[in-house]
Every structure is written in structure tokens, then in C-alpha cells.
Design a protein around this ligand. Structure first.
Ligand code: FMN
Length: 199
């Protein structure tokens, strides 16, 4: 089973969630590709924020997401920071290049799930995840949210997808555990779908 974890992160928070999701999927038995979305912001914007510039350097060795990763995957977990209550433009730009895959039906019938981070608790995490969901509907995807299907969800608290408030500091162990759990749930769902389709 193939799981792609495709994320955009400017300052590392969503990257940490993506790593945890990749760990969770691997531990659940999936082949995993951790892929970053290519940076498209102007260099002057990046260099004005030392944390952003540093994170770009720190993740230089992470492969960039491509259409091949979407085609390869049985399931995709997407991660993005909240940007004014929406997914980051960098991720949207990637998604907006997927028309040919969509047209050939190559994005349909896969499992999709999403996670995010925002500065504040009411800063738009749910609207960001729901906005990504709009695309999954168009792709004919099977959306798998964590809901409250594991005890960790009662601690981390977002049934739409793992979410972190960056104003509280780096992701806590509970949040990372929620990301691992979300990925495991995705893997378990793919396994059930594969078994059912083979029957
Ligand atoms: C242009 C822009 C818009 C943002 N909009 C929001 C927002 O609507 N709500 C919020 O709480 N945080 C907002 N933030 C903060 C980011 O969500 C936060 O920095 C991000 O989750 C950190 O993730 P990263 O470390 O993976 O880049 C915004 C940041 C930028 C640069």
C-alpha cells in the first residue's frame, strides 16, 4: 500500500506534523513518500523571515511533490499552514496543476486526509481543512477524517484533521501522536478498501 504525505511548510510546524504522519503510516505497514511542495514565494519575502529561510535550508533534501506521487499513492495526506483561513497558495498552485490527472480519473477512488497549523486557536484550522476537502470531492476521493475515533482525539481535539496552534510553541507529543494516528486510520481504511475491492 502506497501513502504519500504531501505538505507545504514555511517555518517547520507543518513539516513536523508531516513527519509524524509519515511515521504513523510507515508503522501501519505502508510504503511512504514524504514530499514537500515547491517554494514559489519571492526570495525577498523568504529572506525577510529568518525562520522561513532556515527551514528551506533544513529541508533542502526533502524531495518535491510531483504528479507521479499522486498517481502512485493509494492515499494522500495533505498538510498546509492556514493562510487567512485557507490552504497556502503554494499547495493550491500544485493542486491547480493536477487537471490532466483528474481528467484521466487518476485522482479518483483514493483516500484523502488533511492536517494543518495556524497561529491562533480560532484562526481558521477547520475552514482550511474543509477548503481542501472541496478539492477531494472534485477528485472523487474518499475523505477520511480522524473524527473522535481514538482517545488521542479527545486530547488533541480536532475531528477534521490534526491541527496545531503555533502560538502555543512547537507541536506537543499529543499533537504528533494525533498525526500518527490519523495516518494509521488512513492506512487501515485503504486496507479495508483494497480487501473489499478484491473480494
Ligand atoms: C499570509 C499568512 C496568513 C496567515 N493566516 C493565518 C490565519 O488566518 N489564521 C492563523 O491563525 N494564522 C495565520 N497565519 C499563521 C500561519 O498559519 C502559521 O505561521 C503557520 O501555521 C505555521 O506553519 P509552518 O511553520 O508550517 O509554516 C498566517 C501566516 C501568513 C504568513
Amino acid at each position: 500500500m502506497n501513502v504519500a504525505v504531501i505538505y507545504y511548510s514555511a517555518t517547520g510546524t507543518v513539516h513536523a506534523l508531516a513527519q509524524a504522519a509519515a511515521e504513523g503510516a510507515e508503522k501501519a505497514g505502508a510504503h511512504v513518500r514524504l514530499r514537500k511542495i515547491a517554494e514559489t514565494a519571492p526570495p525577498e519575502a523568504i529572506s525577510a523571515n529568518p525562520a522561513w529561510a532556515q527551514h528551506l535550508l533544513d529541508t533542502a533534501d526533502v524531495a518535491e511533490a510531483g504528479h507521479d506521487d499522486l498517481a502512485w499513492a493509494d492515499a494522500v495526506l495533505f498538510g498546509t499552514p492556514t493562510r487567512f483561513g485557507n490552504p497556502a497558495g503554494q499547495l493550491r498552485q500544485f493542486i491547480d496543476t493536477t487537471g490532466p490527472l483528474w481528467y484521466q480519473g487518476k485522482l479518483a477512488d483514493k483516500v484523502y486526509s488533511a492536517f494543518t497549523a495556524s497561529s491562533t486557536a480560532h484562526g481558521g484550522q477547520e475552514s482550511t481543512l474543509l477548503a481542501l476537502g472541496n478539492t477531494f470531492y472534485h477528485w472523487g476521493g474518499i475523505i477520511v477524517p480522524p473524527g473522535y475515533t481514538d482517545p488521542v482525539q479527545f486530547q488533541s481535539g480536532n475531528p477534521y484533521g490534526t491541527s496545531h496552534v503555533t502560538g502555543d510553541g512547537p507541536p506537543s507529543e499529543v499533537t504528533l501522536q494525533a498525526a500518527r494516528y490519523q495516518a494509521r486510520r488512513v492506512v487501515d481504511t485503504v486496507a479495508a478498501l483494497k480487501a473489499g475491492r478484491a473480494a
